[in-house]
Design a protein around this ligand. Structure first.
Ligand code: FE2
Ligand code: FE2
Length: 182
């Protein structure tokens, strides 16, 4: 069943999206490296984690193609380096990237609907939700950086550290609920 369920018109755009997710992956690796060099470990960890999520997004597209018996094609990824003017410009670039990716996902959904390709449409809905979350997270981070300014960036580090601790506690509680005998 070579790609029977998927509109052939959407396939090139799915390939392009794999490239876009990998491009975000390398961008966030570069930003994570920048923050590590700047001795801002929480911001660095945040971006390395974001990078890993982008890698998984790319893999989701690859797996979707494989599941539908469609050969996979991965576009070239542009070079990125880790020199940024300041933390604010690194984060504002990330927000721009997330907004651009959201537009790409919305265009894919529009195409899937036009083509009555309900399989792709359904697959893409996960990304619609995910992009809302990613844009919101980057937007909040940018607002915070702008409010604290360069001199008080440690407040942002502190905030991220607390947030990570809280997230760890929640997932510990969740796993002890799932495995009450552990
Ligand atoms: Fe993504
Ligand atoms: Fe993203």
């Amino acid at each position: 069943m070579i790609g029977m369920l998927i509109s052939q018109k959407i396939v090139p755009s799915l390939y392009k999206q794999i490239g876009s997710e990998f491009q975000a992956f390398v961008l966030y690796l570069a930003i994570g490296s920048y923050f590590e060099i700047e001795a801002l470990p929480e911001l660095s960890a945040f971006f390395f984690k974001q990078a890993d999520e982008e890698r998984q997004h790319a893999l989701k597209f690859i797996k979707f193609l494989i599941d539908n018996d469609i050969p996979v094609s991965i576009p070239a990824i542009g070079a990125v380096d880790s020199s940024f003017k300041d933390p604010e410009s690194a984060i504002s670039l990330s927000l721009e990237r997330e907004i651009a990716v959201t537009k790409e996902i919305h265009d894919l959904v529009r195409l899937a609907k036009e083509e009555k390709d309900f399989t792709s449409d359904n697959f893409l809905q996960w990304f619609v939700k995910e992009q809302l979350e990613e844009v919101t997270v980057m937007d909040q981070l940018l607002k915070m950086i702008r409010r604290t300014g360069k001199d008080q960036i440690m407040l942002v580090e502190d905030y991220l550290a607390r947030k990570n601790r809280l997230r760890e506690k929640i997932s510990e509680a969740e796993s002890s609920m799932e495995n009450p005998n552990d």
